[in-house]
Design a protein around this ligand. Sequence first.
Ligand code: SIN
Length: 531
Amino acid sequence: MESLHTTDVIVIGSGISGLMTAISLYPRKVTLISKKKLGEASSSAWAQGGIAAAIGNDDSPKIHFEDTIKASSGLSDEKIVKIITDEAASIIKFLEEKGVDFDKDHLKNFLMSQEAAHTRRRVLKVNGDSSGKEIIKTLINNIQKLENITILEDVTIDEIITENNNVIGLIGRHIGKNIVDNFTFFKAPNVVLATGGLGSIYEHTTNPRDIYGEGIAMAARAGAILSDMEFVQFHPTGMDIGLDPTPLLTEALRGDGAKLVDENDNQFMKLVHPSGDLAPRDIVARELQKLKDLGHSTFLDCRKFSEKQLQTLFPSAYNFLKKANIDFTKEKIPVTPVAHYHMGGVLVDENGKSSINGLWACGEVSSTGAHGANRLASNSLLEAFVFGKRIANSINSQVLNNIKDENINFKKYLPKERTSSRIRAKKYIWQLRNIMSDLVGVYRNEQKLKKAFIEIDRIEREAKDLSAKLKDMILVSRLITYSAYLRKESRGAHFRSDYPKSDNKFLFRKKITIIEMQDFLNKREYIEKVA
Ligand code: SIN
């Protein structure tokens, strides 16, 4: 059964990017699509960091700008970094007006945390390490009062429909219980992707398992230009306690004195970087991975905190530790690097517009140039707020072009295969995750990347009738592997053990399209060379 839904703007995703864009689009007619119930389907709801904003007396947007540029290993876009660091203070004001209750001391001064590669304490939080959850709650309260927004829950989007490089709509499905292949056509001249990152294509991730890069996959199939796909950020301190997804131990714990140690209590980061435990995230993650590969164990030592301190300052970490029966006042907490954030995605300009007219991208699904090769902690929520507002302002300033019904034959876009076995897909999804972690993870090299292409081909062949999710995951995995293969150097989060140094020849953001990648795959060079 198919139905048609018509609106001015569709926002796909209900994390901070989606909510912020939708709120800022008032009074446009907006449909906000959420894969689950509002508030349950995003990485941002799990964000333990906060919002980086240079509002301290010892700080300035210029210093924040410089820290961001330095962390990005030469690949960020200065214009974009300036925009986000300059607009941070106004975003904080906007959020306070909407009701966000940032943590403050008894004198009503903002409490600010320190995170890796920030030279100042500038991360604003809400209820300690529960910032994402709390901010989302407040934004949802605001959204529910806005009559211009229609909220559709339990809906997933499969394809973006374009004609002559213009968006005309989407194909989606209701995925509530007992509803199978219940396709809906969404007709709108503007679509905002706010679908989050792709952590779930890796074996261990801090992202919800529903976050596997579907926005990137859809945009790529529609012909959008992508950028920086090789840059996947691994967070060094995922709690290695057998939970999936992996709970995070926020960097702010190290900012407040928790220590990284090995099984003999050696503080190994002291020997690796002058900033020790607060060295840039990519450096810490690589060191941990190296130690693990050499057979060592790695821990975060939080024994300096009392029960009360941890419970008050880091309630999310506290609750996970309780759940795992770890007495952090006596034991060290096992940690491991985990896929956490993707710097690349759908290439957009300073207003969040992609290379397809009417297609916008906000937050982790996008590649604005704010993060370069290595994101500075807590800049991502800032980027999402700034770009949510900029996208909405751009759309609001347009005279919307209504799409004429007679021009659209939505039915021709329906997928030919409508069924697939979820059980079979699950087996291959896990194989793919293992391949991505082993071969396209923290340490990469040409042999590993070629093997990854071959293994992904095998999965595609063996899985046959691909579920929509597996199809997207395969495409996104290939796009990352392809970009990682092309970048024959190490920079930021992308480390090639066969090219361990940065090379100025590669000092540019690599832009790709699905067609270009397909040409490369068709040549099958990776097979001939491996043989
Ligand atoms: C953290 O708190 O360590 C993570 C924050 C972020 O990734 O921005």
